[in-house]
Design a protein around this ligand. Structure first.
Ligand SMILES: C[S@@+](CC[C@H](N)C(=O)[O-])C[C@H]1O[C@@H](n2cnc3c(N)ncnc32)[C@H](O)[C@@H]1O
Length: 399
């Protein structure tokens, strides 16, 4: 997609092509293109509209119904923040008194739009001309153009003196290849610039990869890990006046917009004890934020191995921060013994989780050759250094 194609999509003919593409997309691409062309839509416009329709369809998981009116690129969509996460961050910025925000490297504008929805005036800058034009178009489509200004330019040269706060979500993919980069020094804008922002603007937030090395967390910053429906999606560094605690796990549930927060130092160690009746498998945001000890304290739970984040307790308590399972059997790992036990119980379906085990769940599932109507949970782990399998059953919610 280039700027001319984007401009063409934003004309009345382009809107009609997008509407037609929305109706035929999702099936055979050649048939869809032929259908559009037979409706009198020129080939170029038809191809661009079909690409948008396909990306909009894919974007619905991230942006909900708003995706239907957005302009998207594949790379921009992959890097964009989910609406639930962006809205949560924007609400926190607004609650901290932020009324003007610079978004340095705004991409398609998912974070900028969320800030604007929260009532924040956003000055966004984006290096890629087509992406910048799409971000502006997305602000217009959302009725937020009055609150979002998008400039095409280099974020490192952007004047941040007049804003209350700065947000930066650096690109973590190599331009051109789209390959992920894991070394923060390869981020764009570069890591030195990103971490230097906090010294220039007292309220800075930086989105980073959830795998961020804790050693890279700037002194005094709050590091937050965010999960949505149990999937770890990102981390953010809240710097200067915005830092409230050393570490935070934000656990979001999209179904009912539930938000659960666990905070702490990230430096505590959970007590170690025996395997007990209930197993808690912590949410990945809790594990990555190094808040397993804080979770253990709230559940009256202990680890069985100091290096493995499974918690064990005598009671089942409802928590948004972990899955709770009742342990029915503790076996030293042996395929034969496990197969025999599951056969005796007529277990035909297993949900396999693992921490501290090199076994491959799918291979194990095949090797177990299950048959029967019952279901069970299996947790592959180590106890006192020995490979162990915990056979479990789910604890009903609220129990
Ligand atoms: C991870 S994306 C931002 C996604 C955005 N937060 C969202 O949720 O839609 C990073 C963006 O920064 C842009 N970028 C990278 N280096 C830049 C620079 N020096 N100046 C401006 N933009 C830059 C990239 O083109 C990319 O679109």
């Amino acid at each position: 997609m280039d700027l001319d194609q984007l401009a063409a999509l934003r004309t009345p003919e382009g809107s009609a092509a997008l509407a037609a593409a929305g109706r035929v997309a999702g099936g055979d691409p050649l048939a869809a293109a032929a259908a559009l062309r037979s409706g009198g839509i020129p080939g170029d416009l038809a191809a661009a509209a079909l690409t948008q329709a396909e990306l909009r369809h894919r974007a619905a998981g991230k942006f909900g119904a708003a995706a239907a009116g957005m302009f998207l690129t594949r790379a921009g969509l992959e890097q964009a923040t989910r609406r639930a996460v962006a809205d949560r961050r924007a609400a926190r910025l607004r609650a901290a008194g932020v009324t003007t925000l610079a978004d340095l490297g705004c991409g398609l504008g998912a974070d900028a739009l969320a800030a604007a929805r929260a009532g924040i005036r956003v000055y966004a800058v984006e290096a890629d001309p087509v992406t910048a034009a799409m971000a502006a178009a997305n602000a217009e489509a959302a009725g937020l153009a009055d609150l979002v200004t998008v400039e095409c330019g280099d974020a490192t040269a952007f004047d941040v003196t007049g804003v209350d706060a700065v947000f930066c979500d650096p690109a973590r993919r190599r331009a051109g290849t789209g390959r992920r980069v894991f070394d923060p020094n390869a981020y764009s804008p570069p890591w030195d610039f990103v971490t230097g922002l906090a010294a220039r603007v007292p309220r800075t937030v930086v989105k980073v990869a959830p795998g961020l090395d804790h050693a890279l967390i700037p002194a005094g910053a709050e590091a937050e890990w965010v999960s949505v429906d149990g999937d770890l999606v990102e981390a953010a560094l809240w710097c200067g006046e915005l830092a409230e605690v050393p570490r935070r796990a934000t656990v979001l549930r999209e179904r009912d917009d539930a938000v659960s927060l666990l905070t702490g130092t990230g430096a505590q160690e959970a007590p170690v004890g025996p395997v007990r009746r209930f197993l808690y498998d912590p949410d990945p945001a809790v594990v990555r934020a190094h808040l397993v000890a804080e979770l253990a304290a709230g559940l009256d739970a202990t680890l069985a191995d100091p290096s493995i984040a499974y918690l064990y307790a005598d009671e089942a308590r409802t928590t948004p921060f972990a899955r709770c399972l009742e342990i029915t059997d503790v076996l030293p790992f042996s395929l034969k013994r496990l197969r025999t036990l599951l056969r005796e119980r007529r277990v035909g379906r297993v949900e396999i989780r693992k921490r501290g085990s090199a076994l491959e769940p799918e291979k194990l599932r095949r090797d177990l050759r299950l048959s029967g109507d019952e279901a069970a949970g299996l947790a592959l782990t180590r106890v006192a250094g020995a490979p162990t399998v915990l056979v479990c059953r789910p604890v009903p919610a609220g129990g």
